[in-house]
Design a protein around this ligand. Sequence first.
Ligand code: F6R
Length: 235
Amino acid sequence: MKVFVYNTTQEASEKAYDVFENAYNNGANVFGLATGSTPEGLYSEIIKSDIDLSNCISINLDEYYGLDKNHPQSYNYYMYDNLFKHKPFKKSYVPNGMNKDAEDEVRKYNQIIDEHPIDFQLLGIGVNGHIGFNEPGTPFELRTHLVELTPSTVEVNSRFFDSIDEVPNQAYSMGIADIMAAKEVLLMAFGEAKAEAIKALIEGEVSEDVPVTCLKNHTNVTVILDQGSASLLSK
Ligand code: F6R
């Protein structure tokens, strides 16, 4: 695992762009993407660059159950607004939160991943160590599934909504098995709230109680941190 710590999120996002561009230059064509605050700087760097993603495929990690793709807090909308409208991919996949038939949505999404094996997977990390929406206790062998979000995740994510009651408490998420199958993984984490989960990733044991620790078993992982998320590391 390669770990880099930066003083500012801007420097960290520039480094993340270098890692992304390097993967692209080495032939990566299918990019697994994440939403949230953390990758916003990376997406700005991608937009500023002259990289051409129009022959590439993107597959997002997750989507809230019950939110339409035009809902301003949906991950479909986030991706359109933060990246795709500026830098289109040949084809972009995000789960369909409006598909109430979970079995059907899961089958379709797993088929998409099977048809487009992920070369490069971008990840943020939850305060509780979740990746995608794989909450603590999720079996590592699961693929895409409908998740019950933990109260802590609902609370953390309520900052994007007018009130906590509007936050969906379920989401479709790729599973840990899908994330682990990616050829390369880039994880970004900013802020002290992530420090415990990052310590568990870098210095702890592999445990389903802290989903991100699965990455200790992946052979090509880069971790990009700021001082806050690195603050509990012993060296
Ligand atoms: C989002 C996702 C989540 C976030 C995590 C951190 O697609 O999969 O795992 O990466 O919740 O979110 P932020 O970056 O908002 O702190």
